[in-house]
Design a protein around this ligand. Structure first.
Ligand SMILES: CC(C)(COP(=O)(O)OP(=O)(O)OC[C@H]1O[C@@H](n2cnc3c(N)ncnc32)[C@H](O)[C@@H]1OP(=O)(O)O)[C@@H](O)C(=O)NCCC(=O)NCCS
Length: 210
């Protein structure tokens, strides 16, 4: 069952039956639909977007198959993939995915890609905030990992500003266009994420202690 979410809120009692709509100030994230295949193909197969990530499907039909797979995995409770849209326009401009690492979904990995016209616009940060809230509050993730190629400046910068902590380098772990690249392993732990969300409360507590 889903309820109408207010801005910035995630309300869903059963995400496996259908992903909740996540609404921010300028973005709206929702379940993927087959009709997202063509715009996602246009947005995510460009050289700059796909440079440091696993190759996206190479045809619109490939994206349609991916969307069908994503819906089945969501129904099985092991994966969630949101289409990113700008509020008022229903066109998908990118995706955010969260996948389970072990039964129970307490450890998970997230990943994301946006069409390059939307880079540096604040869309990433707003969407990422909503997806983190979904992962920790709705799904019950305890630890959220991410991997970014060392050479992927934007990907690393984007993760860091969301509070992801570099935990190690996975040497030559990622085959990209015939070359093995090093990956940075990032982690966000639920407790840290919750603490970072409450800066004013923390300051108030510290002030009372002194
Ligand atoms: C990753 C992605 C979704 C981030 O969205 P974005 O709109 O580019 O991200 P933002 O601009 O909000 O944040 C990127 C940050 O990295 C910083 N950055 C940019 N180039 C950088 C570089 N070469 N080195 C370090 N930081 C860099 C930016 O300054 C920005 O930080 P700021 O907002 O504090 O200035 C988008 O770039 C994308 O789709 N990339 C292609 C797919 C991809 O690589 N996915 C990630 C796999 S880990």
């Amino acid at each position: 069952m889903m309820q109408q979410p207010a801005t910035g809120q995630v309300i869903s009692s059963d995400w496996q039956r259908g992903l909740p709509v996540l609404t921010g100030k300028q973005v709206m994230l929702r379940e993927l639909r087959v009709s997202d295949a063509a715009p996602l193909f246009a947005m995510l197969t460009t050289a700059e977007v796909s440079r440091f990530i696993s190759p996206p499907p190479s045809t619109v039909e490939g994206f349609e198959r991916f969307i069908g797979w994503a819906q089945r995995q969501r129904a099985a409770g092991s994966y969630a993939c949101f289409a990113v849209t700008i509020k008022g326009f229903d066109t998908a401009i990118g995706i955010f995915q969260v996948r389970e690492f072990e039964p129970g979904f307490t450890t998970a990995e997230w990943g994301f890609a946006l069409g390059s016209p939307f880079w540096g616009t604040g869309v990433f940060e707003e969407a990422a905030d909503l997806v983190l809230e979904f992962a920790f509050d709705t799904v019950g993730v305890h630890r959220l990992e991410a991997r970014a190629a060392v050479l992927n400046g934007r990907g690393n910068g984007a993760l860091r500003k969301m509070g992801a902590v570099q935990e190690g380098i996975l040497r030559k772990s990622f085959l990209c266009k015939g070359e093995y690249l090093d990956h940075v392993l990032y982690g966000i732990v639920e407790d840290d994420w919750r603490a970072a969300k409450q800066p004013m409360q923390r300051v108030a507590v510290v002030e009372r202690v002194h």
